[in-house]
Design a binder for this molecule. Structure first.
Ligand SMILES: *Cc1c(COP(=O)(O)O)cnc(C)c1O
Length: 378
């Protein structure tokens, strides 16, 4: 099956008792058993729920994984993965990770004795230098937030395999429509389904897809034991959202390209960061490992001042000022004061994150209306 067909059908079959085309919302906490431990594969809803199973099969299908485990949020999914490691183990992650991932690693897992190196993952020498005898995990986020750096998945996973290191790719920004890390060599893919998979800014969810049976066993144990699971209604909404993933992504990417080109020519704009522009430092890598360049666009202003950026953002009408991304509606945000506000200014600048940096999550509205909205804001 091709991707567009899978988005509708992967792992989905009509419900057995009624023929319902959509999987029902199985709003139940427990399941009747014929005899102790003789059941239809479900005994208690923390462990498993048929609506969740349908979602897990669908995401596994899209990522070309054997299995998937769904969680109550992207952060809960990361938490479950990281619990595979033990004090003394070492993890290499990129230095411009999603803020919530950075916080989880630094403030929850570091105090438990797991060591982290945060480095520029686009620099292979830095990765090699960071590796120790105890390195057990390479945490790859690509494209990153908000600087849209693109890490070479093939190169990184090849290196990791040589040293027996597990690789997880946070594929939230690309979605499986644009990038399938498992087919490039990654061991597992993680999603905040809150973003493109759900696609309508109406749920919080997470998922890990993998064909690594040992990792999946660990994840299923975490699901059962710590129980950060999504409710059936959220699973249903995510299933419903995924059915249009390919159409939404296609339109959002088309719009993002038009906007990136518009901004690139604008005299008040400093730098436009979009993997689809030939000026992007990893444009060639993006071309190689992604089907297309995504729908996130970041840019700076020539007048690189927080106040100027804030004024610009208060002038847009369609682009709504909000955190998050990946929904049908366009959003605008100011990393320096919002998502990355807690990072000292010199550290932020060193990482390339300027005061006037503005991040757009381009939605699926009419491109001309979106460009006009930006035009008026200037
Ligand atoms: C949002 C996000 C997360 C965290 O997911 P939640 O669903 O908000 O817990 C992790 N990684 C990336 C890249 C994200 O954008």
């Amino acid at each position: 099956m091709k991707f567009n067909t899978k988005a509708i059908h992967a792992g989905q079959k009509p419900e057995e008792t009624s023929g319902a085309v959509m999987p029902p919302i199985f709003q139940t906490s427990t399941y009747v058993q014929e005899a102790p431990n003789v059941n239809k594969g479900y005994d208690y809803a923390r462990v498993a729920n048929p609506t969740r199973t349908a979602l897990e099969k669908l995401i596994a299908g899209l990522e070309e994984a054997d299995q998937c485990a769904c969680f109550a949020s992207g952060c809960a999914a990361m938490d479950a993965v990281l619990k595979k490691f033990r004090p003394g183990d070492h993890v290499i992650a990129s230095n411009d990770l999603y803020g919530g991932s950075y916080r989880l690693f630094r403030e929850v897992f570091e105090p438990y004795g797991i060591a982290f190196s945060f480095i520029d993952m686009t620099d292979m020498d830095a990765v090699e230098t960071a590796r120790t005898q105890n390195t057990k995990l390479l945490w790859i986020e690509t494209p990153t937030n908000p600087l849209l750096k693109v890490a070479d998945i093939k190169q990184l996973t090849t290196f990791a395999k040589e040293h027996d290191i597990l690789t997880v790719v946070d594929n939230t920004f690309a979605s499986p429509y644009l990038q399938k890390p498992l087919t490039i060599g990654a061991d597992a893919v993680l999603h905040s389904t809150t973003k493109y998979l759900g696609g309508h800014s109406d749920i919080i969810g997470g998922a890990v897809a993998t064909s690594n049976t040992e990792l999946m066993e660990h994840l299923r144990f975490q699901v059962k034991t710590t129980g950060a699971v999504p409710g059936p209604m959220d699973c249903y909404l995510t299933l419903r959202g995924i059915k249009t993933l390919h159409i939404r992504m296609q339109r959002a990417v088309e719009n993002a390209k038009i906007i990136a080109e518009y901004l690139d020519k604008h005299e008040e704009v400093g730098e436009v960061i979009y993997p689809g522009l030939p000026s992007h430092p990893q444009h060639k890598i993006a071309e190689k490992q992604m089907e297309d360049f995504g729908a996130m666009v970041s840019f700076t202003l020539k007048d690189d001042a927080t106040e100027t950026a804030k004024e610009f953002m208060s002038n847009t009408r369609l682009f709504a000022l909000a955190e998050s991304l990946g929904g049908v509606e366009s959003l605008i945000n100011h990393p320096a004061s919002m998502t990355h506000g807690s990072i000292p200014r010199e550290v932020r600048y060193k990482a390339g994150l300027k005061d006037s940096l503005i991040r757009l999550s381009v939605g699926i509205e009419d491109a001309e209306d979106l460009v006009n909205d930006l035009k008026e804001a200037f």
